[in-house]
Design a protein around this ligand. Structure first.
Ligand code: NAP
Length: 484
């Protein structure tokens, strides 16, 4: 198979927060990998910007270390790293002051695509947007990339949208949700809308329910002070899980273009019914023999923030009426796995009799680890002894099926940054989508606050609190096993 890379124009990319964790772990190594793949056109430059008083040489050393540590072992021809580092510059810039902005402006070229990545805390987004204009860096064609969290609730998200809108058009604002950059997530759209096979079955008549699981084995680690003010609902459900739900549930857009896709996603969010509190389970991980509890991790002995959420929701429209969507996400669970499972209904009549048991087709889309898809189909168990049935997966691991091409596929950040340069907003959240997601999430959180809800403690390395299992058992269903 021949890899088809869509060329991009030469660009100037400024990374505000260029010395921070996200820049070092994701953005810079991702750019290096694109450079190795020949996707960074000659004449492009990357400019780190932060308050640190360092020069180009010191920043290049930092970038080189970041590529080595987080580059995923990508090997390139000799001299490639040096050539990449030649494209890197640094300007000491204060988002809240006037220092550095004129020098930064002097480095921008008039004939290049301009992108400004706001890899800093959201409290600085407004300052950066305002100064980009005041110091003349922003052109009508410039793009800004903003990181999550996009607001803490509907009110703050609206305020943030309004602040950015003072300086940039919606078509210039790229709100990143890196889940949308994952290969499998886009494959979900290819599977749904590129095949005749699935779409006719993709509705309440044939689908019993849908499960979305994003499980992590890590705790909150060094993010404790941020996470304790946020929790799983704000940190994961309002954005990542909501986006996955949208892609599963949306109507086919007329074409694969940014507004057509985002219009359909928005309709899904708006069709989400308010969630009954009986249908939400919150959890918090306890201590293990060798690992601290959530409360110890965040150094807040009375914290009632959830590190786990499970819920049942309904998309109230013709396609999905009566089909529940179960979502769960949590930290310190027994395996790191993200998957979407579409569980089809039983065949209407079993010609094999009741002894053959219950067999269901399940289409599972694995986001991690080992991106791929499985489709469980029912076959005859081999051998003598009559007609016994067995469910076997038709298994497609991208790495095995597509070989080197899958390994070379850009990771989520790489792909999304290149989409920014290309000016393609399809995989980025629009302002109204984010606000609609908060409008649905806020009442759930407000209800917890009103009821002084305390999350259920769950054992580390488990599947979460018992109540989450009951959420499905009560409906005669069960979660798929959390396994790597
Ligand atoms: P971080 O490690 O704390 O880095 C913050 C960066 O901002 C540093 O480069 C810092 O450099 C710079 N900075 C702080 N104040 C500044 C100012 N007044 N003017 C200019 N630069 C300033 O944070 P991070 O983890 O990289 O996160 C950055 C953003 O990405 C946050 O919004 C975070 O929520 C989001 N995010 C991060 C991750 C992740 O994995 N880290 C994942 C998803 C989203 P100086 O101190 O030198 O100025």
């Amino acid at each position: 198979m021949v890899s088809r890379v869509i060329p991009v124009d030469p660009f100037d990319l400024v990374i505000f927060g260029g010395t921070g964790d996200l820049a070092r772990r994701k953005i810079l190594p991702g750019l290096f990998r694109r450079f190795c793949s020949g996707q960074m056109p000659e004449g492009s430059q990357i400019i780190g910007a932060a308050r640190s008083d360092i020069d180009d040489a010191e920043y290049r050393n930092m970038v080189s270390d970041a590529v080595e540590e987080f580059g995923g072992g990508r090997t390139c021809e000799r001299g490639t790293l040096e050539a990449f580092l030649d494209t890197i510059h640094f300007v000491t810039t204060d988002a809240k002051g006037d220092g550095g902005w004129n020098e930064l402006n002097g480095k921008m070229r008039p004939d290049c695509v301009r992108a400004f990545y706001f890899s800093v805390g959201p409290s600085l987004f407004g300052d950066l947007a305002e100064r980009l204009h005041r110091f003349g860096l922003a052109t009508p064609d410039s793009r800004i990339v903003v990181e999550k969290p996009f607001g803490h609730d509907l009110k703050s998200a609206k305020a943030l949208n309004a602040t950015l809108a003072q300086h940039f058009d919606e078509a210039q604002i790229y709100r990143i949700d890196h889940y949308l950059g994952k290969e499998t997530v886009q494959n979900l759209m290819a599977v749904r809308f590129g095949n005749m096979l699935f779409e006719p079955l993709w509705n309440a008549q044939y689908v019993d329910h849908i499960q979305i699981t994003v499980a992590e084995t890590v705790g909150v680690g060094g993010r404790g002070s941020y996470y304790d003010k946020s929790g799983a609902m704000r940190d994961m459900v309002q954005n990542h899980l909501m986006q996955l739900l949208c892609l599963i549930a949306m109507e086919p857009p007329a074409k694969f273009d940014p507004d057509a896709v985002r219009d359909e996603k928005l309709k899904v969010i708006r069709a989400l019914e308010p969630v009954d509190w009986h249908h939400v389970v919150r959890g918090q991980y306890g201590a293990a023999r060798d690992a601290p509890s959530y409360r110890e991790d965040v150094e807040n002995p009375k914290s009632s923030t959830e590190s786990f959420v499970a819920m049942k929701c309904h998309v109230s429209n013709w396609r999905w009426a009566g089909t529940p969507f179960y979502m769960r996400t949590g930290k310190r669970l027994k395996a790191r796995t993200s998957e979407i499972a579409v569980v089809f209904k039983d065949a209407p009549h079993s010609i094999f009799g009741v002894d053959a048991g219950r067999h269901r087709n399940v289409l599972a889309i694995r986001l991690q680890p080992n991106e791929g898809m499985t489709l469980d189909v029912t076959i005859k168990e081999p051998g003598p002894g009559g007609m016994r049935l067995l469910d076997v997966p038709l298994d497609m691991s991208f790495a095995e099926t597509l070989g080197a091409e899958a390994e070379e596929a850009p990771d989520a950040y790489e792909r999304l940054i290149m989409d920014v340069i290309r000016g393609d907003q399809t995989l980025f959240m629009r302002g109204d989508e984010v606000e609609a997601a908060w409008a649905w999430t806020d009442p759930i959180i407000a209800d917890w606050v009103m009821r002084n809800d305390v999350p259920k403690e769950y054992e580390p390395a488990s599947s979460g609190p018992e109540d989450a299992l009951m959420l499905m058992h009560r409906d005669g269903r069960k979660w798929r096993e959390v396994k790597a």
